[in-house]
Design a protein around this ligand. Sequence first.
Ligand SMILES: Cc1cc2nc3c(=O)[nH]c(=O)nc-3n(C[C@H](O)[C@H](O)[C@H](O)COP(=O)(O)OP(=O)(O)OC[C@H]3O[C@@H](n4cnc5c(N)ncnc54)[C@H](O)[C@@H]3O)c2cc1C
Length: 296
Amino acid sequence: MAEEQYGLMILGTGPAGMTAALYGQRLGLNTIVIGDIPGGSTYMIEYLANFLGFMEGISGTQFGTMTFQQAQNEGAFFTLTRLEHLSHKDTLFIGVDVDGKEYRTPSAIVATGRVPKRLAVFNTNLRGVHFYSICDGPLCRGKNATLDVVGSDNAAAQHALTLARIADKVLLICRSDTLIMDAVHKNQIEQQNNITLIMSTEVTGYNGQEVVDGIELTSKEKDQQNIAVDGIFLAIGSRPNISTLNIEVQKTPDGYLKTNETLMTSVFGLFAAGDVRDTDMWHVLTACSDGAGAAK
Ligand SMILES: Cc1cc2nc3c(=O)[nH]c(=O)nc-3n(C[C@H](O)[C@H](O)[C@H](O)COP(=O)(O)OP(=O)(O)OC[C@H]3O[C@@H](n4cnc5c(N)ncnc54)[C@H](O)[C@@H]3O)c2cc1C
């Protein structure tokens, strides 16, 4: 099995990983970054409007590409692959990628972000359930589609607004009776006349043969109803992406990696940055801040 040794290994190529790579190189560490998507989750952000320095905002894809290039220019070594597992032996962390290649390092930063949750309802095997409106929304363009977005936060708002430009009609279905999105998003949703808000209602099933063509809705106020839809976009939260970690490390009850003030986890030399760690701000800016702190 091939084997390489580095001063710092960063797992994840999102804003946290990219900033950690930039700082790692500038601090003189021989840095390797392992990740499968350059820019990480930023490609799902249609318009990044809350990052300092971009007065007019910037597309997430463009931002991700720029940060990837910047970290590369700084000299960090990138390998665009998927890490199968990360383990710890003696004083070294050992990463193994999908091709069986081994990477060894005395310090590692986990910046693997989060993965979206799915609904536990009937017919989950059907096609037509999506998580990324920017990628999958255009498939419905020109089809007079009715699309369903499930969720009540900023991510749900962004999906609904993106899809409202593609579909005839967007149903935004929220389980609770309150929206937990920024006021800016709330206003935009209210002004968009092809978005219908359906509050206090749960999606309890998917209808269709091979592809979803409808949903079953359940609420306290109304009888159960079935509505025809051409696609579903889920924004019902996420869970930390830690399946590659073969290391006993302290986590929150939800599985997020616990860190101290230097962003080190309970394992000496193992750090965590960005969405994967115990934080209450899942933003690009805070992920970058974490990346810098963890590398330092
Ligand atoms: C729809 C949507 C809209 C958003 N809008 C905004 C916004 O407007 N403003 C804002 O500030 N934030 C926004 N966010 C949140 C923002 O994208 C995240 O907070 C940020 O990307 C977190 O950065 P990160 O580096 O921690 O993780 P990520 O960006 O998720 O990057 C993690 C990376 O690790 C990789 N990875 C994971 N496991 C492995 C493995 N085993 N092997 C190889 N690679 C692996 C992943 O593929 C990914 O590339 C939005 C998120 C979504 C989903």
